[in-house]
Design a protein around this ligand. Structure first.
Ligand SMILES: *Cc1c(COP(=O)(O)O)cnc(C)c1O
Length: 391
């Protein structure tokens, strides 16, 4: 048996390709089939081969879940129809009166879900700067049940110290979740740093090709996994088998893509930092990043996301965004193609204006998802668009 009997003993790249997957026993197909079925025939009432109904579970989904658990170094994973469905399921495990301590710069949709939906059901939320450990500690209340951590954050790329925050949470009996969408398990393993759960939008780097929407919850905690599975089955946030297949296919190249995303982002960040048309660059890999040391401690490399402020305010930003040719002006991130966007107008419009200002999401603020095209083409594109931004 050796390596094959226990993929946990293999390296990341091997697990990304093989974790959770076996050749199909009935045909030998090396790729997990897309089990496009809603139900499963039973031999006798209650006697079945492990699957009853595809909302509860489906073999293509189970292969993806095994793969996700494998790459995060975990025992359990559950796949969802979107990252938002995964977030909703975790929050759905809480009771009215429970308090959630959340970062002050999380994905706009996560904030909206907390503030506009779950607050109506009696959950309490507070939003703190998680780069400030004293503030995190002070915000833990007797009824705090969950700490929601996102790092690096979106879009200001603040880096929270996962190990320190989780140790505060663990001491206080508070479960912690790290939204690991930006870093991916190739760069950062929150469970090994003390987190209770990892959440993902697999729509981004894990899927990696901008062709599928999905999400996941991953943990070693059996009790939390049972709660999440219960909510998944009750609320029906399950992904379809075709989407599970596409996500699994994406993950097989995660390690190769992430290394190139990091290479290209490092080059673009260095270029932008040296350009007079750019007033400030935010990239965790730059020595100028305020939490560069924490990023270096907990991340293998620094990811493919860069934010920056362009000289000349909204008008310059608009000219810049209209002038790019290789970068595409679009929401989302993490695909092979480079994307660019304006958070204040596009992805973070649902964040109240004062909160946006406080975070530095001004009108001159631009976010890049650096893809895996030729780095020299990306830099040439940024250069020509910056020349047009100057007006
Ligand atoms: C996109 C995203 C989400 C939400 O995921 P969907 O798949 O779009 O529902 C959550 N967290 C982060 C960090 C994201 O980038």
């Amino acid at each position: 048996m050796g390596l094959k009997s226990d993929w946990t003993k293999t390296g990341f790249a091997t697990r990304a390709i093989h974790g959770g997957q076996e050749p199909d026993p009935s045909t030998g197909a090396i790729m997990t089939p897309i089990f496009q079925t809603s139900t499963f025939v039973q031999e006798s009432p209650g006697v079945f081969k492990g699957y009853e109904y595809s909302r509860t579970s489906n073999p293509t989904r189970v292969a993806l879940e095994g793969n996700l658990a494998s790459i995060e170094g975990a025992k359990y994973a559950r796949a969802f129809a979107s990252g938002s469905a995964a977030t909703a399921a975790i929050l759905g495990c809480l009771d009215p009166g429970d308090h959630v301590l959340c970062g002050d710069d999380v994905y706009g949709g996560s904030f909206r879900l907390m503030d506009k939906v779950y607050r109506r059901f009696g959950l309490e939320f507070s939003y703190v700067d998680q780069t400030d450990l004293a503030a995190v500690k002070a915000a833990i209340r007797p009824n705090t049940k969950l700490c929601w951590i996102e790092t690096p954050t979106n879009p200001t790329l603040k880096v929270a110290d996962i190990e320190e925050i989780c140790s505060l949470c663990n001491a206080a009996g508070v479960a912690s979740v790290v939204d690991n969408t930006f870093a991916t398990p190739f760069l950062q393993l929150p469970l090994s740093l003390g987190a209770t759960m990892v959440a993902h939008s697999t729509t981004k780097y894990l899927g990696g090709h901008s062709d599928v929407v999905g999400g996941a919850v991953i943990t070693n905690d059996e009790e939390w996994m049972e709660r999440v599975q219960f909510i998944l089955n009750c609320m029906g946030g399950n992904p379809g088998p075709q989407d599970c297949f596409l996500t699994m296919r994406g993950i097989k190249t995660l390690h190769v893509r992430m290394d190139r995303h990091c290479d290209n982002a490092e080059k673009c960040a260095a270029f932008l930092e040296s350009h007079p048309g750019v007033s400030k660059v935010i990239y965790p890999g730059l020595a100028s990043h305020p939490q560069h040391d924490i990023a270096a401690k907990q991340m293998k490399r620094f990811g493919g996301m860069i934010s920056f402020h362009v000289v000349g305010g909204l008008e310059a930003a608009r000219r810049f965004l209209e002038s790019v040719q290789v970068f595409s002006l679009a929401e989302s991130l993490g695909g092979v193609e480079s994307l660019i966007e304006h958070p204040a107008i596009m992805t973070h419009a649902s964040v109240p204006a004062e909160a946006r200002e406080a975070l530095g999401i001004h009108d001159d603020f631009i976010r890049l998802s650096v893809g895996i095209e030729e780095a020299s083409d990306l830099i040439e594109d940024l250069e020509q668009a910056l020349a047009k931004a100057k007006g």
